[in-house]
Structures are given as structure tokens and as C-alpha cells.
Design a protein around this ligand. Structure first.
Ligand code: ADP
Ligand code: MG
Length: 386
């Protein structure tokens, strides 16, 4: 894939750059509790500033509904950014304006006012055709930032030339969000290992009893079609269930915890993959050439149901395979085990990395390429890593 890069923008000295970043960080008690997304964009800011550009940063934060909300004020992010990259301005939360999520060109016009160039380094938002992602490239000479280049190259190389066996591990909550990805990775991977709440719609489609587990009746037919397809799809063969009266996240509410095969009795909720499945997933990861992991394999925030996710995280840390992790919750699981630094690439964008893996392109990247074409700016091949 070719993208315009910052050097393709030419002379930067004295130019005013609008930088779209993804500074959607977790906040606790009015402070940034994990500043990784801020730190990840600092190299791009530094590159622009050292070349003599003036930089205005913009980002969304949380999910305000198109109007200002104190809980999503940028002030804590601005404080942390100021420590890491002094001398840059940070605009107010983009999602305080309903035009952001609606993709309103008028908001893009207001954002670019007073700027000469646009840089998109918000990989985690590139799968959304929001105003600040697709609008500015129609108005200004535009380029991908350093983080977008690294993130996109990582995922594209998985699509193009993964070292085999290529193993994809998918978990997390909603099957509807990830069915397209399951289908796409089944065509490229040697094994697709499915756990998390999303496995229960598949298990139900395969004719198993899933008790009171989360599942999506609207996707039953789609799951059945995938299971009929002779694909490298692996479902759990054992499960950990939470019995009647129990509540996930609340051990004191009671409720028995027990292991089962692939069927759960009525009143029981599947909350984790079982130890046999976890061992099979870990062995498959150990023998892999490349692993992509998105989504916890169980309700891991509750220690009673963290074992499957922990086993997979440890296998990922130990394997000699090239390992790529996307997804806020899978990343949090790795970090909580002290394994954050042990994977080859940890994506800042869960949704964006999944969609790029599925489709091979993203609205934010398309907008940058079209911008370069329209203005006849040079571009660079970005996915040449082997
Ligand atoms: P990610 O952020 O890594 O992409 P998701 O947001 O899709 O992952 O899903 C994460 C959530 O899924 C976690 O909060 C986890 O508790 C929940 N989850 C995983 N497995 C189960 C399960 N079997 N039952 C209920 N919730 C689950
Ligand atoms: Mg999540």
C-alpha cells in the first residue's frame, strides 16, 4: 500500500500543521490512568516540531453525545501531553461537536482553518469516516504520521506474507462486531481459535446447549454458514460456567463455578474457556509462525474467569512467533500480567486493526491516498517488511 508520508509534504519550517491523534485514553479520578496512546504520538509531534512546524493536535475522548460534557473534557489529556510534548496546542474534544461522528464537511473546514498541512496519526480512529479523519485530506496537503505507518504496515504484512502457521485468536464480547473478521481471517490463517462471549453463538449454531450464556440470535445463521464451510475454525471443547444466582464481577453474590464440556445446563453461563481448550490454544500459539490476538477469552476482569485469557497471554509472551495484539481489553490483560512488552507489536487500535485485517484498507488511509492523488503529491510504499 502506498501512503503520503511526512517527508512527502516538503518544507515544514514555518508551516502550521493540524495533527489528528487518537488520544482516547482511560481516565480515573480526573487523571490519565494509562498514557500509552499519548506517548505513541510523541515521535510524530517531535518530528514536526524539529522541522520547524507549528502543531495543533486534535482528538476525540470517550463517547460524549455531540455536546460538551465535563467528564470528557480534554484538560487531563492536555496536562499530560504538555509534559511529553510542550509547545503544542490541543483542541477541545472533537466529539463535543455532532459534526464529528456525522462526518460533517463544515466541521472539517473549521478544523483546518489557519493550517497549511494535515497529518493523520490517529490509527485507532482510521476505520471511522468521521469529519476529522476524512475531511481535512480533502482540504489540505496531507500525510500519514509515524504511528499510522507502523500500525498499518504491521497489519498489512499479516495479510500479505505471514510466517506460517498463521494463528488468529479471537475473543471478546460481541459476535456481531467480529463475524466479518472471522470470515476474512479464515481465508488467510491456518487456525482461527474462537473464545470469549462470541463463541457461544457459534456453539449454539453447532447444536450445543449454551445455558444462559451471552449469544446473538440474529447471527445464528451466519455462524452456521461459517461452520459448514470447512474452515480452520476451532471452538472451545471445554468451558468454565457460572451457576444460578452468580454474577460476573461479583464473587460475593455466590453462584457455583464449574467446568463443563461444550454443553452447559440451563441456568449456567459460560464465562471462560476451559483448561483443555486453553492448553490447546497455548500449544497452537507455541507452534505458530505468526499470531494475531484480539479479545479476551473469558470475562477476565473477574479473577474466577481469567485463566483462559492468562494462559493465552502467557503463551503469546513465550512463543517465538511474530505476535500482534489489538484490542483495548486484550492489551489490558497483557499489561496486568506484566507482559505488555513481550509481544512483537501491540496495536493502539482494536477496531481499526481488525477492520484493516478484514478489508485491507481503512477510510482514513483511503482519504490520505486520494488527497495525494488529487494534489499529485508523492507517496511511499509502506508494507515492505518481511
Ligand atoms: P477488546 O477490547 O479486546 O476488543 P471486547 O471489547 O470485544 O474486547 O470484549 C471484551 C469484554 O468481553 C470484556 O469485558 C470481557 O469481560 C467480556 N467477555 C469475554 N468473554 C466473556 C464471556 N464468556 N461472558 C461474558 N463476557 C465476556
Ligand atoms: Mg473493548
Amino acid at each position: 500500500m502506498r501512503l503520503p508520508t511526512i517527508p512527502d509534504l516538503g518544507e515544514l519550517s514555518g508551516r502550521r500543521v493540524l495533527l489528528r491523534a487518537d488520544l482516547n485514553v482511560p481516565l480515573h479520578g480526573g487523571e490519565v490512568s494509562d498514557d500509552s496512546r499519548i506517548r505513541e504520538v510523541v515521535p510524530t509531534i517531535r518530528m514536526l516540531c524539529e522541522a520547524g512546524a507549528g502543531v495543533t493536535v486534535c482528538s476525540h475522548l470517550g463517547r460524549p453525545r455531540g455536546r460538551p460534557e465535563a467528564a470528557f473534557d480534554m484538560a487531563p489529556v492536555r496536562r499530560r501531553l504538555g509534559e511529553l510534548a510542550p509547545d503544542v496546542e490541543l483542541l477541545e474534544n472533537l466529539r463535543f461537536d455532532p459534526g464529528e461522528e456525522a462526518g460533517d464537511p463544515a466541521l472539517a473546514e473549521r478544523l483546518v482553518a489557519g493550517h497549511d498541512l494535515f497529518v493523520n496519526d490517529a490509527f485507532g480512529a482510521c476505520h471511522r469516516a468521521h469529519a476529522s479523519i476524512v475531511g481535512p485530506p480533502r482540504l489540505l496537503p496531507s500525510a500519514a504520521g509515524l504511528l499510522v505507518l507502523v500500525e498499518a504496515a504491521e497489519i498489512l504484512s499479516l495479510r500479505r506474507s505471514p510466517r506460517r502457521p498463521f494463528v488468529v485468536v479471537l475473543g471478546g464480547a460481541k459476535v456481531a462486531d467480529k463475524l466479518g473478521v472471522v470470515e476474512a481471517v479464515c481465508a488467510m490463517a491456518d487456525a482461527v481459535l474462537v473464545g470469549g462471549a462470541m463463541c457461544f453463538t457459534f456453539l449454539a449454531a453447532a447444536g450445543h446447549h449454551i445455558g444462559d450464556s451471552l449469544f446473538d440470535p440474529d447471527r445464528l445463521e451466519d455462524c452456521r454458514a461459517l461452520l459448514d464451510g470447512d474452515l480452520p475454525l476451532h471452538l472451545p471443547e471445554d468451558l468454565v460456567g457460572l451457576g444460578p444466582g452468580g454474577r460476573i464481577g461479583d464473587p460475593r453474590a455466590g453462584g457455583a463455578v464449574r467446568q463443563f464440556g461444550s454443553d452447559l445446563p440451563d441456568g449456567w453461563l459460560g464465562a471462560d474457556i476451559g483448561p483443555g481448550t486453553a492448553a490447546f490454544f497455548a500449544d497452537t500459539i507455541a507452534d505458530a509462525g505468526t499470531v494475531f490476538w484480539n479479545g479476551p477469552l473469558g470475562a477476565f476482569e473477574d479473577p474466577r474467569f481469567a485463566a483462559g485469557t492468562n494462559t493465552v497471554a502467557e503463551a503469546l509472551a513465550e512463543t517465538r512467533a511474530h505476535t500482534v495484539v489489538g484490542g483495548g481489553d486484550s492489551g489490558a490483560a497483557l499489561v496486568s500480567l506484566g507482559l505488555g512488552g513481550s509481544v512483537s507489536h501491540h496495536s493502539t487500535g482494536g477496531g481499526a486493526s481488525l477492520e484493516l485485517l478484514e478489508r485491507g484498507d481503512l477510510p482514513g488511509l483511503i482519504a490520505l491516498r486520494e488527497s495525494a492523488e488529487r494534489l499529485s503529491l508523492p507517496t511511499h510504499e509502506i508494507d515492505q517488511r518481511d
